[in-house]
Design a protein around this ligand. Structure first.
Ligand code: GRG
Ligand code: ZN
Length: 325
């Protein structure tokens, strides 16, 4: 059960999982009706999406909505200029982004903003050139976000340990690190990262159980398999953790009865942890190995992109920018 206010993200987690497992959204998941529902959460007056019908627009659900439309190849349904204006309206003068009109600032929203703009082809590049096929000139500079400041703000969130927090001076946390590394990958600005120091901090998150925690002294949780592995993958340091031990931990989190994955072994599964467990197993090459071992069904599984958390073929189809080391 996904809480009503975040149904949009729940739908993104569920649909992406189905894609990764080789399901066809058009033929097997009724993607057209799903996109009708997504559009019923759109606020045409401001350009943002809510987490459910009749919910106020928010950056988090605007990204989830665009990701769903991208998965279903239905991006033509949105007014890209309006969505761009919505995201720009949430950028503050220091380059940060707030989640909605109420003003909470968090590096999660920087990531959401940059990915959302990339998906709709409205992401300015750092050197002032527009990306291939993007008609930014037509849009006019005044309508674009300030990408230089967006990167500067993320830089301000780097801590002495090489990690990133939600805002400047906030403690390093693996979830925020994913957001910052992902945003920098999208902006092609990974040069601001101290790769060895951050890679070391991330690798240190592996616990005796093989699972990963989100910060020192905390319990392992399957969702960090994604937040940490994707960051390490972008930084080219996936080999710094023990992949076999992590694979074993993730598989232990699956409920043998209903198939879902929980945060840790023995707990009740949910769609959030199921998505990140499957996505983590993909990055670990688990399904490829099973396909190579002759298990035919695994051949239909699709890979996931570490920067966008979308199937790699979708990222390719849309020509989305990403820097990986
Ligand atoms: C497109 C994949 C994708 C994401 C969109 C919303 C977002 C961008 C990213 C969220 C990143 C984040 C902050 C993840 C962490 C989630 C989490 C498990 C938080 C728990 O924090 P604590 O402090 O738990 O309650 P710990 O594990 O530290 O005990
Ligand atoms: Zn979790």
């Amino acid at each position: 059960v996904v809480t009503a206010h975040m149904r949009m993200s729940g739908m993104y987690w569920g649909l992406t999982t189905m894609c990764l497992l080789g399901k066809n959204l058009q033929k097997e998941m009724g993607s057209e009706a799903l996109c009708d529902w997504v559009m019923s959460c759109y606020h045409a007056d401001v350009g943002g999406f809510g987490g459910g019908t009749d919910h106020d627009p928010h950056m988090l659900y605007t990204l989830s909505a665009l990701q769903i439309l991208a998965l279903c190849d239905e991006l033509d349904r949105v007014d890209k200029d309006m969505v761009c204006m919505y995201i720009k309206s949430l950028q503050l003068s220091d380059g940060s982004f707030q989640g909605d009109i109420w003003g909470e600032v968090d590096t999660r929203f920087s990531y959401c903003a940059l990915q959302a703009l990339a998906i709709i082809g409205r992401l300015p590049s750092l050197d002032g050139e527009s990306h291939e096929g993007v008609e930014l000139a037509e849009m006019g500079k005044s309508k674009a976000i300030n990408i230089v400041r967006a990167v500067d703000f993320i830089k301000e969130c780097i801590n002495f340990d090489g990690g990133f927090g939600a805002v400047p001076t906030a403690e390093s946390h693996a979830g925020q690190i994913f957001c910052c590394v992902g945003a920098l990958s999208i902006a092609r600005a990974l040069h601001v990262v101290n790769v060895d120091q951050l890679g070391w901090w991330l690798a240190e998150r592996q616990c005796d159980s093989g699972g990963l925690n989100g910060r020192p002294e905390k319990q392992a949780d399957v969702c960090y398999s994604w937040w940490i592995l994707s960051s390490l993958s972008i930084l080219g340091k996936m080999s710094w953790i023990d992949g076999d031990k992590l694979t074993h931990f993730i598989l232990e989190c699956q409920d043998p009865e209903d198939g879902g994955f929980a945060d840790r072994p023995g707990n009740i599964g949910d769609i959030f942890h199921t998505f990140f467990a499957i996505a983590g197993l993909h990055l670990l090459g688990y399904f490829k190995r099973r396909a190579r071992a002759g298990e035919v069904v695994f051949r239909e599984y699709r890979d996931i992109d570490p920067t966008y958390a979308l199937p790699t073929d979708v990222v390719k189809r849309l020509g989305l920018p990403a820097q990986v080391l």
